[in-house]
Write a protein that binds this ligand. Structure first.
Ligand code: F6P
Length: 318
């Protein structure tokens, strides 16, 4: 078969590892594998290139995506999607793997509904995709946040300050919750729940009363801005509160071993599905097993939230 792969939406560490896995597994099965540059936009404005085992050498350990990516809003238009299907036909591509988050998987689903064989590979630092316990890049992003907060802790502790750290996550609090549990944050503010500042104030004051030298509040970007939260908490507690926005540092750097392994397993499953002619699925990790779920269920499903971790994180920080 002529298989192709593209990466779409925000890049996520582990995308390159998945490209490598898909190309080498595809070649091992006797397929020809193409890379389509710049996501869905590449189906309209670019040309695919043949990928070899050597073309994916030395990328396992790198962040970003060698195929480049884009957020291509024009893909919502039927006429643009028809042009994309024409390109795939002209290039004689038999099936495509799409690596990306919710928007990209929705794009993949619309192509699949037109009858084109396509599988999704969940990749987003937000871990906000329904039907999979983990998306590629989440583990690395959590580790990036932990590493930044470990550094901020030294200075926060020296000055006995409150620190409010804003993390990514789009409209999901999952990244904030996982980072909060891993960093021992006193409070985690997420978009899925309204924030109770009176209770956070009490928690912070109790923290200092117990002799702790610093405290951390993690705010998910979808819930508000670190600066506003820091000002509110400084006013309420009468203590100095500083803030930091970690921004795109969270999304870069070498993928963790967890993301590399998951990328290999996802890519392997994606080639299996396409070889068996099973389009319209997303590969997923479900309770420790690699499996697949219909794309339509992913885009209409609810992602699993990590609320239960939030309660534990705040309890353990007391
Ligand atoms: O979806 C991944 C993500 O990093 C979100 O957490 C964030 O809101 C968004 O992408 C940022 O996108 P961009 O890099 O296009 O500004």
């Amino acid at each position: 078969m002529n298989l192709a792969i593209l990466t779409s939406g925000g890049d996520a560490p582990g995308m390159n590892a998945a490209i490598r896995g898909f190309v080498r597994r595809g070649l091992a099965d006797g397929h020809t594998v193409f890379g389509i540059p710049r996501g869905f936009e590449g189906l309209i404005h670019a040309e695919p290139h043949t990928m070899t085992a050597a073309s994916v050498a030395n990328i396992l350990m790198t962040g970003g995506t060698i195929l480049k990516t884009s957020r291509f809003l024009d893909f919502h238009q039927v006429s643009i999607r028809e042009m994309a299907l024409d390109s795939l036909k002209r290039w004689q591509i038999d099936a495509v793997a799409v690596l990306g988050g919710n928007g990209s998987l929705a794009g993949a689903n619309t192509l699949s509904e037109s009858g084109f064989p396509i599988v999704g590979i969940p990749a987003s630092i937000d871990n906000d995709i329904a039907g999979t316990d983990y998306s590629l890049g989440f583990d690395t992003a959590v580790n990036n946040i932990v590493s930044s907060i470990d550094k901020i802790r030294d200075t926060a502790s020296s000055h006995e300050r409150i620190f409010v750290v804003q993390v990514m996550g789009n409209r999901s609090g999952n990244l904030a919750i996982a980072a909060g549990l891993a960093c021992g944050a006193e409070a985690i503010i997420i978009p899925e729940q309204s924030s109770d500042y009176a209770s956070i104030e009490q928690r912070l004051l109790q923290t200092y009363a117990r002799g702790k030298k610093h405290s951390f509040v993690i705010v998910a970007e979808g819930a508000g801005e670190a600066k506003t939260v820091a000002e509110e908490l400084a006013q309420r507690t009468g203590r100095e509160a500083k803030w930091a926005v970690l921004g795109h540092t969270q999304r870069g750097g070498p993928p963790t071993s967890h993301d590399r392994i998951l990328a290999a397993l996802f890519a392997d499953k994606a080639v299996d599905l396409l070889t068996e002619g099973k389009g319209g699925f997303m590969v997923s990790l479900c309770s420790g097993s690699i499996t697949s779920i219909p794309l339509v269920n992913v885009i209409h499903g609810q992602n699993q939230t990590l609320f239960h971790w939030q309660r534990l994180a705040e309890l353990l920080a007391r």
